[in-house]
Design a protein around this ligand. Structure first.
Ligand code: DOR
Length: 427
């Protein structure tokens, strides 16, 4: 089947393109970009829309197997398509965890059967994500994982982490690190500081994040392994990663839309949807993360989409599960709060969602060019919509952005030339 996307503004940071153009798709691939392209069997009018490479998310919890009441591969990938994502990388904190080949094979098979977008699993660093004994990393790599992580947990034993980095280096795969010293974090429910004092909630010192980043920078230096710092949230963390990059170490980092736009002041609502790990920090941290995006210290934006059921969240703050959904709102949040305010250019923002994550984990896509997979998002830069529970197609409704009016919503998501999300209604 052939498809012509006509009359849009094509923005492709990888190719340095920002121009009116048509995109022709055939056999799941991009076969033409330009004007005067031949007609196709199907046509989409992209008048008034931006045509960008499909977004790629390096940090998503799909919850299957084991927590299907929170999310499934089918529902999570539909949420991804609704948010303009064409590829998601999923975390291994499932039940059973992704610490053996059978679980990787199950995820890939289920994604092929029922996934709306491409799914790339991450394998656990340690067996059971317990931080004690390495998983069969080479076997996981052979089964198709694109990285390793114990996300949700930190590998607290530095000797285990050292060995994991050595194996990761041998397999040429990165380790995505959840940076939280469990002892320093203790029973903290939010960022430790003025707000936790005012609210009378136990705080989590910011050093819980930065001491692990500092440790792992040293382990990257020792081993030559590749570390990707997940959901960086503190100014000190950004500073450490900047210095590590200056030293030429193989480190990269992501920041989430929520850490880039929200602060611990939001916790004053006691809304459990503001409870996330790492916790929301201060305005100074938000500014440091944004500066990190601009100078390349932070390489990409990733959602940490963490769906939970109502029963997990609709309880006292202390008992609520950690995490928030993010796939549907990530792009409009960044577009509204960073692009429209001039903090990022449109090209920079798209780059952080496309080419950058693709290159970090060596994934296909992230570009609009002949021969590339036909993975595209068409978004309407003028479309404003309020975030409601109904708008979220994830099983999880735990978004701190509910009630906010956001702009720049995806209208079509195309994966391998197939329309996986099409919202004619709002145009
Ligand atoms: O808030 C979070 N929720 N942070 C994590 O690192 C894990 C995630 C989850 O799996 O719910």
């Amino acid at each position: 089947m052939s498809l012509l996307i006509k009359g849009g503004r094509v923005v492709d940071p990888a190719g340095g393109i920002d121009a009116p153009a048509d995109v022709l798709i055939e056999g799941g691939q991009i076969v033409g970009v330009g004007t005067d392209l031949p007609a196709a069997e199907e046509e989409i009018s992209a008048q008034g829309l931006v045509v960008a490479p499909g977004f790629i998310d390096l940090h998503v919890h799909l919850r299957e197997p084991g927590f299907e009441y929170k999310e499934t591969i089918a529902s999570g990938t539909r949420a991804a398509a609704r948010g303009g994502f064409t590829s998601v990388v999923c975390m291994p904190n499932t039940n059973p965890p992704v610490d053996n080949r059978a679980v990787v094979e199950f995820i890939l098979a289920e994604a092929a059967r029922n996934g709306a977008v491409r799914v790339y699993p991450i394998g656990a660093i340690t067996k059971g994500r317990r931080g004690e004994e390495l998983s069969e990393m080479a076997d996981l790599a052979a089964a198709g994982v694109v990285a390793f992580s114990d996300d949700g947990n930190t590998v607290m034993n530095a000797a285990v982490m050292r060995r994991a980095l050595e194996y990761g280096k041998m397999l040429d795969l990165p380790l995505s690190v959840h940076c939280e010293d469990v002892h320093l974090a203790g029973q903290g429910l939010m960022n430790e500081g003025r707000m936790s004092t005012l609210l009378g909630l136990p705080g989590q010192t910011r050093a819980a994040e930065s001491v692990i980043i500092a440790r792992d920078v040293e382990l990257a230096r020792l081993t030559g392994g590749r570390i990707h710092f997940a959901h960086v949230s503190t100014k000190e963390g950004v500073d450490l990663i900047r210095r590590a990059k200056e030293l030429g170490l193989r480190v990269s980092a992501e920041a989430t839309p929520h850490h880039l736009t929200l602060t611990d002041e939001q916790v004053a609502t006691y809304d459990p949807n503001t409870k996330v790990s790492p916790p929301l920090r201060t305005r100074e941290d938000v500014e440091a993360l944004r500066a990190g995006l601009l100078d390349g210290t932070i390489d990409c934006i990733a959602t940490d989409h963490a769906p939970h059921s109502r029963d997990d969240k609709d309880v006292e703050y202390a008992h609520a599960a950690w995490g928030m959904v993010g796939l549907e709102t990530a792009w409009p949040v960044i577009y509204t709060h960073l692009v429209l305010t001039g903090a990022l250019s449109l090209l920079q923002a798209i780059d952080l969602f496309t080419r950058q994550p693709a290159d970090l984990f060596n994934l296909p896509g992230g570009r609009i060019a002949v021969g590339e997979p036909a993975d595209l998002v068409l978004f309407d830069p003028n479309k404003k919509q309020q975030v409601t529970e109904e708008l979220l197609v994830s099983k999880g409704k735990n978004s701190p952005f509910i009630g906010q009016e956001l702009q720049g919503w995806p209208v079509y998501t195309i994966v391998g030339g197939q329309i996986k999300w099409g919202d004619e209604s709002g145009r």
